[in-house]
Design a protein around this ligand. Sequence first.
Ligand code: IMP
Ligand code: MG
Length: 165
Amino acid sequence: MNVLINEARIEKRVNELAKEINSDYEGEELVLLGVLKGSVVFLVDLAKKLKIDVSFEFVDIEFDEENNGKVSKDLKSVVEGKNVLIVEDIIDTGKTITFLKQHLENLEPKSLEIATLLAKPSRKIEELNVKYIGFGIHDQFVLGYGMDYKQLYRNLPYVGSIEEF
Ligand code: IMP
Ligand code: MG
């Protein structure tokens, strides 16, 4: 395993994203909607740098064999009429975010944007209009800073990469 993005670079980038979010939502309230479980570390670090009023919500998304998505929480009351920022660890194929975005749009938020720490190369990123991207990375498997390999390594303070998994 090698360190792909060290702690200092992550901290610097999170600060930059927080600055943008603070200015974009000045005077507004914001729901940080974390996608479990990978976004938790990023969400907390980002939230600590925000000066606007924020609340935390979390969703878990599951796909069945036919790729039908399911959200394991009723979000209507936390989303309707609110500014919602989906917080993700990484966008790979874009399947998760595409499904979640569609689901949330139906619940009529005041605004809906996406923040992801990492993005792998994918056409979807453009289609999805991801407003806040920490780092674009090459197609590889990463772990740490919330992301897991077999549910482990989420606690690493940096993003690591493994070639073989
Ligand atoms: P997508 O639906 O293909 O965009 O995949 C998104 C989800 O897959 C992310 O939220 C992660 O939980 C997981 N994922 C994708 N790539 C990686 C990786 O390299 N390491 C760890 N988790 C990943
Ligand atoms: Mg995730």
